[in-house]
Design a protein around this ligand. Structure first.
Ligand SMILES: [Zn+2]
Length: 330
């Protein structure tokens, strides 16, 4: 992804001349074939339009992942797989026996766990908001060029790149802000961000949360408030489900396609959500399920306010397999 996420390279190197979403799409399309094929076998009743007929093994497979213009089309995109250590990583309870979460093993080599990666897990704690602020450069077409974000989602955790800035740079006229937090619900995260960083646009997404959760349910059949309530009940209120999320705010025009295309979807299969409620609020949304089917992720963007949210919630259940086909974009 190095090339796909660097705006400088995008401008200078010829092999990166395709637009970011196009390149991301083409990469993930290739990777999604296997999943698409598996799904198309499972979706017996109404899959013919979206995922196509069953391919012969030697038939070229590019066509089935290409988007079609119909509004009710269900689009699946599957990210590349995570390593086992990444996929099993639990930010809440991880204690790596090889490196003790330092990222370096006893011989001083980088550990294979997420802490040994270039983008290790961010050290979040409940009630805290981690912030990164930076300049946004504007291309010759007036469109902002997205920088490599220093806070983002990687599989089941939020990663952090060194060199974050938490205060605005005075001379930058175009800026971005990323605010990461954790808590029992996505609304909780948005409230925290709104409260601690006086970010007014987090409120916009907070108000849209009922619509976002309804879209998740249409798309995955997972009722998140109900899962949260069940988790509280079974632990007699002592524990809750864990969510992680990042609010992104851009001062200049960043399109929904640009924002959603820049997110790391390794370890997830995504569906584009449609719906009148989302449209009225000007929200573009994608819902994703982790490859192990235990995490639901929402990625939402409102172009008018330049506000995005990328959040994950770890469920106690494994999401049943046949359900992604249900969002027909009512
Ligand atoms: Zn380790």
């Amino acid at each position: 992804m190095g090339c796909a996420t660097s705006s400088q390279q995008k401008a200078s190197s010829p092999e990166c001349s395709a637009s970011l979403p196009e390149r991301v799409h083409s990469t993930v399309s290739k990777l999604s074939r296997t999943v698409s094929r598996k799904l198309s076998r499972k979706l017996s009743c109404h899959s013919s339009r979206s995922l196509g007929k069953q391919e012969k093994p030697d038939e070229p497979l590019v066509a089935d992942a290409a988007p079609e213009p119909e509004a009710s089309q269900v689009k699946f995109v599957s990210g590349p797989p995570l390593t086992l250590l990444e996929a099993r990583f639990d930010p809440k309870s991880s204690r790596c026996t090889l490196c003790g979460n330092t990222g370096l093993d006893i011989e001083g080599r980088f550990c294979k766990c997420p802490y040994g990666r270039r983008n290790p897990p961010a050290r979040l704690s409940e009630g805290d908001v981690e912030v990164d602020v930076g300049p946004l450069s504007i291309g010759s077409d007036g469109q902002a060029l997205l920088p490599r974000m220093k806070l983002g989602i990687r599989g089941p955790y939020i990663y952090e790149v060194g060199g974050r800035r938490s205060a605005a740079i005075a001379k930058a006229s175009h800026t971005y802000m990323a605010c990461a937090a954790m808590g029992p619900t996505w609304s909780h995260i948005l409230e925290q961000v709104h409260f601690k960083t006086s970010c007014p646009s987090a409120k916009v997404l907070l108000e849209a949360m009922p619509e976002i959760l309804a879209a998740v349910q249409r798309s995955t059949s997972v009722n998140i408030p109900e899962e949260c309530a069940k988790a509280r009940k079974t632990t007699r209120g002592e524990d809750h489900l864990n969510t992680n999320g990042i609010v992104y705010v851009f001062s200049s025009s960043v399109s929904a396609e640009q924002f959603l295309g820049s997110l790391d979807i390794a370890g997830y299969s995504s569906t584009v959500c449609k719906g009148d409620g989302l449209q009225e609020l000007g929200l573009e949304m994608r819902v994703s399920i982790s490859h192990d089917r235990r995490i639901v992720r929402v990625s939402v963007y409102q172009a008018s306010s330049g506000t995005g949210f990328d959040g994950i919630i770890k469920l106690r259940i494994q999401i049943p397999e046949h359900v992604e086909s249900e969002d027909k974009g009512i």
